[in-house]
Design a protein around this ligand. Structure first.
Ligand code: FAD
Length: 402
């Protein structure tokens, strides 16, 4: 048994922020990650824009919404990619990010913390309450280890800890309403400038390809975005994934969805190389380590943040982070439906979204925080996940149980 002050399970946006905050405050911190790189979906699923980093009022010059790790990572990304400001896309500011650089920034920031220990390729498989706190079991390549701490922060995105503890601690939307998964891949060496007109004519070409039978129906959900580096693009293919039969916890269904994503991406690459001059010299797509999963399960905390609270820009006296991204609902592969906040102002996230009094010492953050399905469509973006990850660590430290 190894002993820590704080254990963080999951090294995505939320876990990274929690781990840095905890170690910087002097707590002996363990960060458990089952992939080989930190950054979660922003690295392993090639999600390539940071949303939720900026104040929602786009009539004003851009400004950071949450200070701390979210701003720090955003600033480093701007510096490394040579961007001096975020992009204004319609009614929101977004920052293009590069997944390879995000992984490296996470490595550097973690390596600078002597009190932070990272486990890589290690899956958290069990959680148990004991008098001395929590005991987490971790498996890696056939090895099983136990780690004990007074505070555990679940940033796995899947409410993994709650699912170990019992059905009363987590919730999940019905399968047909879960935000759809998507397959994102990198496309190097795409020529030309890619404005709205370019995107529209590309969309029309894809529709023709589907009508003629050259492309599968799933290609209709393809969207193309520039990386911060010229010539490189990312292609995102939203997938229905069986709609009402979709179960993100079913490994068989995930395998089918991953291979449908690759099949669609490869068909698009093959088709566009012949049909579209700008894709003529594009080598095969680079695959992500995993498909992008937008929604699985959430915790039930002391407060379940609702879409109406977000939309009305509700603030809380004891709020621990701010949300500013509109609710971007993706219940089908046909594109998002937005619900904007009533005013161009942020909403508060109270501590009860990150804890449950019946589970002292267990905190949760990122896309498995306590919120309703529609609110999650805003709170799950990476900027907000970093802010809630940081807040969860501060709550654990303030409770003096860490
Ligand atoms: C296709 C797609 C497009 C998106 N577009 C955007 C966008 O443009 N901008 C934006 O800001 N957000 C976007 N998002 C949302 C965003 O990427 C995620 O909601 C966000 O990354 C969640 O962060 P997180 O830290 O909560 O979880 P994750 O990023 O999912 O990280 C969780 C980490 O926990 C690890 N983990 C899970 N279970 C275990 C376990 N049992 N043991 C050990 N480790 C474990 C995982 O490997 C992972 O690294 C998108 C998401 C998808 C899927």
């Amino acid at each position: 048994m190894q002993h820590w002050d704080v254990i963080i399970a999951g090294g995505g946006s939320a876990g990274l922020a929690a781990a840095l905050t905890s170690a910087r405050a002097g707590a002996r911190t363990l960060l458990i990650e089952r992939q080989t790189k930190l950054g979660g979906m922003g690295v392993n699923a090639l999600v390539h824009t940071f949303c939720g980093l900026f104040h929602p009022d786009t009539s004003q010059p851009w400004r950071w919404l949450n200070t701390g790790v979210a701003q720090e990572v955003g600033e480093l990304m701007m510096e490394r990619t040579g961007q001096s400001s975020p992009d204004l896309m319609g009614r929101v500011y977004v920052l293009r990010q590069h997944p390879s650089l995000f992984a490296s920034i996470a490595d550097e920031l973690c390596a600078a913390q002597p009190l932070l220990t990272r486990l890589s390729g290690a899956e958290w498989t069990h959680l148990q309450a004991e008098n001395s706190g929590w005991v987490a079991t971790v498996c890696s390549r056939g090895n099983s280890e136990q780690h004990q701490a007074r505070a555990v922060i679940d940033t796995t995105g899947d409410a993994t800890g709650a699912r170990f503890l019992g059905t009363e601690y987590w919730q999940q939307a019905p399968a047909e309403r879960l935000y759809r998964p998507a397959y994102v891949c990198g496309l190097p060496q795409v020529a030309g400038t890619h404005d709205e007109g370019w995107r529209l004519s590309l969309g029309a070409m894809i529709v023709c390809g589907i009508r003629s039978g050259a492309l599968p129906e799933t290609a209709i959900g393809a969207a193309f975005r520039d990386s911060p580096f010229s010539g490189e693009m990312f292609m995102t293919i939203d997938l229905e994934a069986g709609q009402a039969l979709w179960d993100p916890f079913d490994a068989h269904k995930r395998a089918e969805m991953e291979s449908a994503g690759r099949h669609t991406a490869l068909s698009l690459w093959t088709y566009l190389r012949v049909q579209h001059e700008d894709f003529k010299h594009c080598p095969p797509p680079s695959w992500p380590a995993q498909a992008g999963i937008r929604e699985t399960a959430c915790y039930i905390g002391d407060h379940i943040l609702t879409s109406d609270e977000l939309a009305s820009c509700q603030r809380f006296e004891n709020e621990v982070a701010l949300a500013g991204w509109p609710m971007e609902k993706r219940e089908t592969a046909k594109g998002p439906k937005f619900r904007f906040f009533d005013r161009p102002e942020p909403a508060g996230i109270p501590p009860g979204c990150l804890m449950n009094q019946r589970l002292p010492g267990l905190y949760f953050a990122g896309r498995c925080l306590s919120a309703d399905h529609e609110a999650l469509a805003s709170l799950r973006v990476m900027g907000t996940c970093m802010a809630t990850g940081q807040a969860a660590a501060l709550l654990a430290l303030a409770a003096k149980i860490a």
